[in-house]
Ligand binder design. Structure first.
Ligand SMILES: C[S@@+](CC[C@H](N)C(=O)[O-])C[C@H]1O[C@@H](n2cnc3c(N)ncnc32)[C@H](O)[C@@H]1O
Length: 201
């Protein structure tokens, strides 16, 4: 099944670059290594980096083209990842199966987003971590990337609601200068979140 993302990812270049998202790099650096699940992972910049830093990674995305490039990027780092082509609206990850879940710039309609985020939290082992970054509703004023539909963008309150069942360790909206490939570049407004699953999740 071809998607708009397959078309965007069709070129040789990596659409959002080959370096991991900076928030992911920073927040995951000191976490215990284990099983990581990257949702809406596209061309695999986070997955490849995590795999080359000791995580056993499963990357999920709708885009076959993106995941093929993700695998190639991991190979470039002498690492390997597992990939799953799936629609997150339907995909239910193994409950309690992961030490870390990563979600970057996956902008879904609100009711789908909440469902996907809650399943992602439920996929964590007790005390596992979830790292999320995406564009805030204030991103509409910038030309540095992201959807132009406010309904697909978030506030910190949206993310707090989605992760009600977790311990939110960090949740903030901030303005940053990003440089992620050719398509996330310049001044932007993001929501960043680090959540920990409860001890008995
Ligand atoms: C902006 S890109 C971000 C990719 C990657 N997370 C990153 O930061 O480099 C959004 C990604 O979400 C994926 N995506 C969007 N809707 C999806 C859905 N319903 N199910 C699975 N993947 C989806 C797209 O295929 C695309 O790879």
């Amino acid at each position: 099944m071809g998607t708009v993302w397959d078309e965007r990812f069709a070129g040789e270049e990596y659409y959002y670059g080959t370096e991991p998202n900076e928030f992911v790099r920073k927040q995951s650096a000191d976490l215990p290594k284990g099983k990581a699940l990257c949702l809406g992972e596209g061309e695999g910049r986070n997955a490849a980096w995590l795999a080359s830093h000791g995580f056993e990674v499963v990357a999920v995305d709708l885009s076959t083209v993106g995941l093929r490039k993700a695998q190639a990027l991991a190979n470039r780092f002498n690492a390997s990842i597992s990939t799953v082509v799936a629609d997150l609206e339907e995909y239910v990850p193994a409950k309690g199966g992961y030490d870390l879940v990563v979600i970057t710039f996956v902008h879904l309609p609100p009711e789908v987003r909440t469902k996907v985020h809650r399943r992602a939290l439920a996929a964590l082992k007790p005390e596992g971590y979830l790292i999320l970054q995406c564009f805030s509703k204030d991103q509409l004023q910038f030309q540095s990337g992201g959807p132009k539909d406010s309904a697909l963008l978030v506030t910190t309150d949206d993310i707090r609601f989605d992760f009600l069942d977790g311990h939110i360790l960090l949740l903030e909206q901030s303005e940053e200068d990003i440089s992620e490939g050719a398509h996330h570049i310049g001044h932007c407004s993001v929501v960043s979140c680090l959540v920990q699953a409860g001890g008995d999740s």
